[in-house]
Design a protein around this ligand. Sequence first.
Ligand SMILES: [Zn+2]
Length: 202
Amino acid sequence: MRIFVLLFLVFRLHAQTAFIPVKGLEKITVASEEDYWLTELTPLTDLDEIVSFIHNDPFKNQFIGFIPAGNPLVKEISVNSFYGVRNHPVHKMMKFHRGIDLQGKTGEPIISTGEGVVIDCGFRADLGNFVKIKHKYGFESIYGHLNSIGVKKGQVITRSQKIGTLGATGQVTGPHLHYTLKKNEVYLDPFDFLFMNFERQL
Ligand SMILES: [Zn+2]
């Protein structure tokens, strides 16, 4: 019990001085909460590390929204095609699928899985109409084959904000959402994040 109280006090002290004590990560001391948001943190690549970081973050309630987690569709998740090597449905050859394909109907809403800013959107031959959102801590989420794009480049996005509608643009055989997650330019398996629930605790 005494240890628990001590840990609590240490945590409180750290929180007050905006000191982020996370094992395995560089320790960041900043003067104010404002500086904290301006400081980029050590790249997190390991999923356990990310989760542990979230649980240890004294600014958890503000931070959580910056992780692209949860379902980009407003319906039950149904996977058409997983992340990884697969026989490409259009190219008819083995290719690495750098995202996950989620089943849906044309016109269904697509929502952002985290807070961030639209760093790119438009049309690409392979992805069709797409939206690319930069979150914090090196995370990016990309939404492809959209029927319509509902945001502009440079627009700040909140979690669960509608960014477009599901479609079948680009190289596809039918309507679905292609959803990609990247961290510091490294592709992640989005499946790990689809069922995470990092709701803010108000
Ligand atoms: Zn895909």
